[in-house]
Design a protein around this ligand. Structure first.
Ligand code: F6R
Length: 592
């Protein structure tokens, strides 16, 4: 999981532009960074660590040329060191390659190449690619043919940008199962893993599909399949402005994105008509199966409760990484709903491929043109805009909104649309708890363990609160169905363990309140989330976050998640952690 870019510029030096573009992809990985540019020869600079530190030590004069490629890495094969940083080259350093993906058969290929005299200098799977291209060029093929031959030898996933000293002025891109887009500016050409990388230069974008190759030569964009047949592709105009991908005055992308949530939900609500049209053409399904990972899985769990309540269909929910082992009971009467903000999560894409063979598939996706949107039979776009913070926030509430719309329309419960339309206002109210949350965050910042509990529609919110805490504060957070505590984890509760209780008014309220009594009896300090008018709950809690009393249990996942996100965010700030770039994690998980 990495970010790649390439550019051919008309009258500017490539290196500063490449740095700027690849900086927009740091959410894809920040273990190392590297650039290659080409003037009379290929020059490479790379190092471990983040772009800012790399840029500080970089002498741009070392990277002359109007053409180049760049990379940010999230390590999969080989430690995150300078030697393993991309670009990688062949023996003669005439070919430079940046890669996002995994080459599954790299060990065999590496052994073969070493046996025929190739010298390797890194531990990466990627390095076999320039050597394979070198091998084919030595046999007399030109760069384009050599790239085609090389990728035929490769098993696995790749988005590649390649340049070669012998064919200066040219960059070749090729992809399979890792995203790659082409940007077309004014006599300037770009390649990138994702759209935000090029938005400062162009909003004209072509999405490459699997097994497609692009040849950029500074004059035109030629797209071919892997048999060399020329393809005609649509050029999309991207409506996201470069500003939308920037922090807009907030300290971090995450807090900016938390504040964008009411608008994100409003944007998703605009999809109502498209969803209605889609639902109208649906056959009669007998079963629903949600598939997703991480935060998107928590959105799916809300989906399960909603579909069973509103649509009355049996609803499974399966972690995408478990789908190939347990997702067998599907047939043409099943609708498999895959939730993925990026549309590129490898586990989810694999599940999608399996599900496509047996059932009807629907992907709920934020990233336009991503692989899931092309592979699924039906698509709902959540339209939350670009999410750069590694921790999902606004894409989560947009996913939830899409699921509410779908369940309401499939279940014929149109009367609930009115309540759904009010949710952005309730979310604005929830954002006003920020100052209270800061106080609570400061109080608990040095805690080792947290519990998050809830029942019914509040159980996914508890899971999501715990996940947010873990990923950006490195504090252990355990999300639990409140009724399950007594079956084991109650043994862990004492006065060092704060318990966050999600307790909106509704069916589960009184029982969660009893569970709260149980944890309090073991010394736990309770942070409760509930209706402002819930005086009993308030009196039970050491800290209390109040919501408008009209927010009932069914719709509570949307506003109630906000204080959870804020709590994780501010604890992370008080612990001096960068919440946008938590360690060991990346925004888009393109490995299984
Ligand atoms: C957590 C988070 C991850 C993602 C998961 C799935 O904040 O962002 O748990 O939800 O990696 O990603 P998508 O939705 O892109 O498939």
């Amino acid at each position: 999981m990495c970010g790649i870019v390439g550019c051919i510029l008309k009258d500017k030096e490539a290196a500063p532009v490449l740095l700027e573009c690849v900086g927009k992809l740091e959410y894809r990985g920040y273990d190392s960074v590297g650039i290659a540019t080409s003037a009379s020869e290929i020059r490479i600079q790379k190092d471990q660590g983040k772009i800012d530190a790399f840029t500080e030590n970089l002498d741009m004069k070392e990277l002359p040329g109007k053409l180049g490629i760049a990379h940010v890495r999230w390590a999969t094969h080989g430690l995150p060191t300078k030697i393993n940083a991309h670009p990688h080259t062949d023996c003669q350093k005439r070919i430079a390659v940046v890669h996002n993906g995994i080459i599954e058969n790299f060990k065999e290929l590496r052994t073969e190449l070493i046996n025929s005299g190739h010298k390797f200098s890194s531990d990466t799977d990627t390095e076999i690619i320039p050597h394979l291209i070198e091998k084919y060029m030595d046999e007399g093929l030109d760069l384009e043919e050599a790239v085609r031959s090389a990728v035929r030898d490769i098993r696995g996933s790749y988005a590649l940008a390649i340049m070669c000293r012998d064919e200066p002025g040219k960059i070749i891109g090729v992809r399979k199962e890792s995203p790659l887009i082409v940007g077309k500016g004014e006599d300037e050409y770009f390649l990138a893993s994702d759209v935000p990388a090029v938005l400062n230069h162009t909003n004209q974008v072509i999405y490459l599909d699997n097994r497609e190759m692009v040849i950029l030569d500074g004059e035109e964009i030629i797209i071919k399949d892997l048999d060399g047949k020329i393809l005609t592709k649509e050029v999309h105009t991207i409506e996201w402005t470069p500003d939308m991908a920037e922090k807009q005055g907030y300290e971090h992308f995450m807090i900016k994105e938390i504040h964008e949530q009411p608008d994100a939900v409003k944007n998703t609500l605009r999809e109502e008509e498209d969803i209605r049209n889609m639902v109208r053409d649906f056959p009669e399904f007998k079963k629903i199966c949600f598939v997703a990972c991480g935060t998107s899985y928590h959105a799916s769990l809300v989906g399960k409760y909603l579909f069973e309540t509103l649509v009355g269909l049996p609803t499974d929910i399966i972690l995408a990484s478990e789908f190939e082992y347990s997702g067998g009971a599907l047939d043409k009467d099943t609708l498999v709903i895959l939730i993925t903000q990026s549309g590129e999560t490898a586990d989810t894409l694999k599940a999608l491929r399996i599900a496509n063979e047996k059932a009807e598939t629907l992907a709920i996706v934020n990233v336009l043109g991503s692989t899931a949107t092309r592979d699924a039979k039906h698509v709902i776009y959540t339209r939350a805009g670009p999410e750069i913070g590694v921790a999902a926030t606004k894409t989560y509430v947009s996913q939830l909104t899409a699921i509410y719309l779908l369940a309401i329309l499939m279940g014929g419960k149109e009367e609930l649309l009115e309540t759904l339309q009010k949710i952005p206002d309730f979310m604005e109210e929830a954002l006003k708890t920020e100052e209270e949350i800061k106080v609570i965050a400061k109080k608990y910042k040095d805690t080792y363990d947290f519990f998050f509990i809830g029942r019914g529609f509040s159980y996914p919110t508890a899971l999501e609160g715990a996940l947010k805490l873990k990923e950006i504060t490195y504090i252990h957070g355990e999300g639990y169905a409140a009724g399950e505590l007594k079956h084991g984890p109650l043994a862990l509760i004492d006065d060092d363990v704060p318990v966050v209780a999600v307790t909106p008014p509704g069916h589960s309220h009184n029982k969660t309140l009893s569970n709260l009594e149980e944890v309090k009896a073991r010394g736990a300090r309770v942070i409760a989330l509930g209706s402002k008018e819930d005086h009993v709950l308030k009196s039970e809690a050491e800290d209390f976050i109040g919501f408008p009393s009209e927010i009932n249990e069914m719709f509570s996942p949307l506003p109630y998640v906000i204080p959870m996100q804020l709590l994780a965010y501010y604890i992370s700030i008080y612990r001096n952690i960068d919440p946008d770039k938590p360690k060991n994690l990346a925004k888009c998980v393109t490995v299984e």
